[in-house]
Design a protein around this ligand. Sequence first.
Ligand code: NCD
Ligand code: ZN
Length: 348
Amino acid sequence: MTTSINIIQPDDWHVHFREDEMLKVVTKYSARVNRRCIAMPNTSTPITSSNQAINYKKLIESNSQSLNFEALIPCYLTDSLNIDDFTYALQNKIFVGGKLYPSNATTNSQYGVNDIKKIYNIFEILEKENSVLLIHGELNRDDIDIFDREKYFIDEELYQIRSSFKSLKIVLEHVSSDYGVDFVKTNNNIAGTITPHHMLLTKKDVFKDEEINPHHYCMPVVKNENDLLSLRKAACFDNIKFFLGTDSAPHHIEDKKYPNSFKAGIFSSPSSIELYTSIFEEENALENLEKFSSINGPKFYNLDINTDYLTLERSETIIPDYTEEGSIKIKNFYANKNINWKASKLDV
Ligand code: NCD
Ligand code: ZN
């Protein structure tokens, strides 16, 4: 039985650090194992300008408790961006790409895009600058079932984006369905991030006895067994176009109370790489973990692969219920459950 593995240090290509006290508490959990993270720009005031991105990056890095941790910031795309500033920020690597939130698809997406055609000029710039379009791929419309939002987005928007901008690099974030996996596999210049929770939960873990478990509620919502299996297979075996993106999305416990107020988002960063390692082990694919966690992402983003190594050791740990510090209290994903791996050391 394998008792220890060494992998190139991972990166997390999709994570939320928030701001203020929450940012101070959560950032170190990602910096504990990752060298780089894409810090999602859906802060309470979204990150839409080069100045905001520079300040947000500094704030994250200075709170990471790590000397070589790097935050990469995508621009929150809107139809009223300052195009000169956006282009300047792409050219100077201040923005790592642009993030499309269809309006009202998820947390803080009310500033997002209503009519995607209106920002085709921005896709053109991203394509020209050989940058990346990151997409929250869900269409939120009254007539669309919550479980079908990804499929509708692909059918009604993504096919068109793909065929209009053939060399634009696209990441379909937090792929959640077999349909999404298939789209990524069968189209060019598109990759997908996969979260641990979409490979561990199905809708039965969220919707029970007509109630919702708020701690398993996220966007895109987790789906059926066949979707979970397809995501596991994509991460563990079809392992060129898929890479690590936890979508760790902390909310204060008070914002996770069903039925009064419950925001979408699952906080997994305190045990992210350990969760992925367990999944890869269950699938008998430990030898493919490094490609998913540390190689496919930088290749797609055209960035260097990390040079340090991370050791994971077999060691039984129970994930604590909460992450608590000062006035912050967040429910941990997989709380009270046993996990067989522990990241032990960073060889620098
Ligand atoms: C994220 C958040 O809370 O910011 N929520 C979520 O359910 N995943 C936003 C997102 O990535 O959709
Ligand atoms: Zn997210």
